[in-house]
Write a protein that binds this ligand. Structure first.
Ligand code: GLY
Ligand code: MN
Ligand code: MN
Length: 430
């Protein structure tokens, strides 16, 4: 597996965006900044996903201008990177130079970031930049108490050019990012392969009395050994009742003989996510009741997997899953047919045991998009993740695969990874 992404990916991404901008538009983007932690410490740097999508650059203090109609071809795409700084290079390591930046991104014109506002002025006031497109993070569940560099940048540009028209790149980029190129599919497959390895290692090592964090350590060892950047999200390693807490991520409890263990883990590789859930018995053998519940979820998963075809949508998958799981829950004795007839339609009984959505797009962000009504098209990669959470029995089960939409059957990027009870038990016996 190559260690850098080919720049044709970013060249193509910029071309696709430029093709959708109205005439005389310019689009401007800023890189992320490091998030302060304390003292002179920062959280690990993670590039803003759209900026990475358009440049492949993983550095702070960088900007991108796209001006597709600008007469001078050399100024239609300009990448700005941090100018060389002796002190910074001494303390933090070699800095990217212009030649390297061109190699990574495919952008031919590279300037120092200290020249950004001057160059932007030139282009904006040239008569070829009537509408300025700015990027915002438009995710329905996003709540952020601190102002991000992207938000400050939007304000700053608008303040400098108050008389211009403005447009939003987010809807265009969200739609483009939903359809993965061959390069992105290959990289996501690789992320899924690393995550699979980590889960397989857990099948061999999990046993009663371990702590959840010890299992997490096994996962992190495999992620690191395979050059993953880290986790794509906070990993959930949840024994017994902990699995009924949907965003459990303390991972501090001891694993008990007879309990189930729910994993929701995914590495990030070259900034691309994977997202896997599996549920296994701590001692290697499911009890009869655990088998009943597990197979109920697995049956539904197999059925809804068939809906991941062109024309389908997340909303249909959610509704079908709730309907099918309701039947399964009746079989499991959680409530009766009569109870369902009498239930408040606004509070279906099954929601007590299944309270989350069943699918989202993955990509540069683990929740790349959750547009419930967007029809599936080949090249999309979505999760399929039904579950059941029976708090009173200490049973929490989720099973999650990542599926690539094709013209025909979806392709499971975790194909071959143990999922049947027999496969899990056999892998744990070794
Ligand atoms: N791991 C987050 C999710 O499954 O959606
Ligand atoms: Mn997950
Ligand atoms: Mn997921």
């Amino acid at each position: 597996m190559q260690t850098t992404l080919p720049n044709r990916l970013f060249i193509r991404n910029r071309a696709n965006l430029a093709a959708q901008l109205p005439p005389k538009s310019i689009a401007v983007f800023t890189a992320n900044e490091p998030m302060p932690r304390n003292g002179d410490e920062f959280y690990p740097f993670r590039q803003q996903s759209d900026f990475f999508y358009l440049t492949g650059i993983n550095e702070e203090n960088a900007f991108l201008i796209l001006a597709p109609d600008y007469p001078d071809e050399r100024l239609r795409e300009i990448l700005f990177i941090e100018p060389y700084d002796e002190v910074k290079a001494t303390w933090q390591g070699e800095m990217l130079d212009a030649q390297q930046a061109t190699g990574i991104s495919g952008v031919k014109t590279v300037q120092g970031s200290d020249a950004f506002w001057m160059t932007l002025n030139d282009i904006v006031y040239s008569g070829y930049g009537d509408t300025i497109f700015l990027n915002s993070y438009e995710y329905p569940k996003y709540e952020c108490a601190v102002e991000t560099i992207q938000q400050r940048f939007v304000k700053d540009v608008k303040q400098r050019y108050p008389m211009h028209r403005y447009g939003r790149t987010a809807p265009i980029l969200n739609a483009l990012r939903m359809i993965k190129s061959e390069d992105e599919i290959a990289i996501t497959r690789h992320a899924c392969d690393i995550t699979s390895k980590a889960f397989r290692r857990c099948l061999e090592t999990v046993k009663p009395d371990l702590y959840e964090y010890e299992v997490q350590a096994e996962i992190e060892y495999i992620f690191k050994q395979n050059n993953a950047t880290g986790h794509a999200y906070a990993p959930i390693i949840a024994g017994g009742r902990n699995a009924c807490c949907l965003h459990y991520s303390k991972n501090q409890s001891q694993l008990h003989d007879g309990d189930l263990l729910l994993f929701d883990i995914g590495c990030e590789y070259k900034n691309y996510s994977s997202d896997l859930s599996r549920t296994i018995p701590v001692n290697g053998k499911f009890t009869e009741r655990q088998k009943q519940c597990y197979n109920a979820v697995l049956r539904v998963m197999k059925e809804i997997t068939q809906l991941y075809r062109p024309g389908g949508c997340i909303n249909e998958i959610n509704e079908t899953t709730h309907r099918l799981m309701e039947r399964e829950m009746i079989q499991l004795g959680l409530f009766t047919e009569e109870d369902v007839k009498r239930q408040d339609p606004n509070k279906p009984l099954e929601r007590k045991y299944l309270m989350h959505g069943m699918s989202h797009h993955i990509g540069l962000d683990v929740h790349d998009s959750i547009d419930k009504f967007k029809r599936f098209e080949p090249g999309m990669i979505l999760t399929c993740e039904p579950g059941i959470y029976i708090r009173e029995e200490g049973i929490g089960i989720r099973i999650e695969n990542d599926l690539l939409i094709t013209e025909g059957e979806p392709v499971n990027l975790f194909e071959g990874l143990p999922i049947e009870i027999g496969e899990i038990e056999a892998a744990m016996q070794r």
